[in-house]
Ligand binder design. Structure first.
Ligand code: NAP
Ligand code: 8YV
Length: 316
């Protein structure tokens, strides 16, 4: 029987789907030092959550496929995998709508301060102190700039259309089938809009691109929402912009170093913070787990992956 290695805290449904079809070994975290000689000799495929360094691939000489739990695979050294002929798969499409729903929730929470209003009620302050203060910000009349217009970005934009707001976007190249105004640079987009929604991947090019200059361009009524990766936002510049009221608010689901985040971001009433939960419903995580399992089963039983990443395309 083919042997698979489950790395880290893998969703239980992945294990359920694979057991019986494969021999399953487990590694608590993605550390090459922990690979045993038995694992090195037997493991042909892995399932992991956005962590697969080159050293771990090298420690598994018979590895053929890395099935990543998540659409983002920035923690997998794909260049190294490609150089060794190892296929990497991810979990696109199945989480788009959940992440888009969460983005809308985070946007509204940021603008209308619903989490604060609920806390106010639960603390008994409504009865003691009267009505919760009016929210200084609203979605009404906003111009949304999408930084990223891929699978998830398009689902966010589709939802925003129903809210009757203007939508524009920036990506590296304009999308032929997208009717929103295109801006060739992030600076031009941030200057034109008052609300920036970030849903780009973590790549060398996106590192801290939402920085002092972009926040300044967004302006005093500006709101920045990040559901992509924390890497894309310069968190020091963001805290500074909030402190100095360079922008009006921010909503963050992702952070540069999770689960830690700068203490400075915790203190603002005009900031809504979520612990990386955009796809975190049982139903969507099950769909992601199924796609991880389907990739491994399809590879070992039919000889082809379901959703290989572009850097390791499947060639028969
Ligand atoms: P996707 O379909 O590949 O879309 C990525 C978008 O980003 C494309 O529109 C792409 O357009 C744009 N882009 C990439 N590099 C860019 C750059 N340097 N400058 C400007 N635009 C750039 O990916 P997706 O499925 O929508 O997912 C996007 C990311 O969201 C994932 O990689 C992941 O990091 C994050 N995510 C987070 C959560 C969460 O729980 N918070 C959940 C799911 C996904 P061009 O190629 O034309 O530039
Ligand atoms: C999850 C994500 O947090 O898919 C991604 O890229 O960031 C999220 O859906 C992640 O997959 C881990 O559970």
């Amino acid at each position: 029987m083919t042997t698979l290695l489950l790395i880290g805290k893998v969703n239980p449904r992945v294990r359920e789907r694979l057991k019986g079809r494969f021999d399953i070994l487990e590694l608590p975290s993605a550390r090459a030092e922990d690979v045993t000689s038995d694992m090195a000799a037997r493991v042909a495929g892995t399932a992991s959550f956005n962590a697969m360094p080159a050293a771990l691939m090298d420690a598994l000489p018979n590895l053929k496929i890395i099935a990543n739990f998540g659409v983002g695979y920035d923690g997998v050294d794909v260049g190294h995998a490609a150089s060794k002929g190892i296929i990497v798969t991810n979990t696109p499409d199945v989480l788009d709508e959940e992440v888009a729903d969460t983005t809308i929730g985070l946007l509204l929470n940021t603008l209308r301060q619903f989490p604060r209003a609920e806390n106010y009620l639960r603390e008994g302050r409504w009865t003691r102190e009267g009505a919760f203060p009016l929210s200084p910000l609203t979605l009404r009349g906003r111009h949304i700039g999408m930084y990223g217009m891929g699978r998830i970005g398009q689902q966010i934009a589709r939802r925003l259309e129903a809210f009757n707001v203007k939508i524009s976007y920036h990506t590296r190249s304009p999308k032929a089938d997208i009717g929103y105004d295109y801006y060739p640079s992030l600076k031009a987009l941030a200057t034109a809009v008052d609300t920036l929604v970030c849903i780009v991947p973590k790549t060398p090019e996106t590192r801290q691109t939402i920085n002092r200059e972009i926040l300044q361009a967004l302006g005093a009524n500006g709101v920045m929402i990040n559901v992509g990766r924390g890497w894309t936002v310069h968190e020091g510049d963001l805290a500074d912009a909030l402190e100095r009221k360079v922008i009006a608010g921010a909503g963050l689901d992702v952070f540069e170093v999770e689960p830690c985040l700068p203490e400075a971001l915790m203190k603002f009433d005009n900031v809504s913070l979520l612990p990386h939960v955009a796809s975190a419903s049982v139903a969507t995580r099950n769909a992601m787990a199924d796609l991880v399992a389907d990739n491994l089963i399809s590879w070992f039983e039919q000889g082809k992956p379901v959703t290989p990443v572009p850097e390791t395309p499947f060639r028969r």
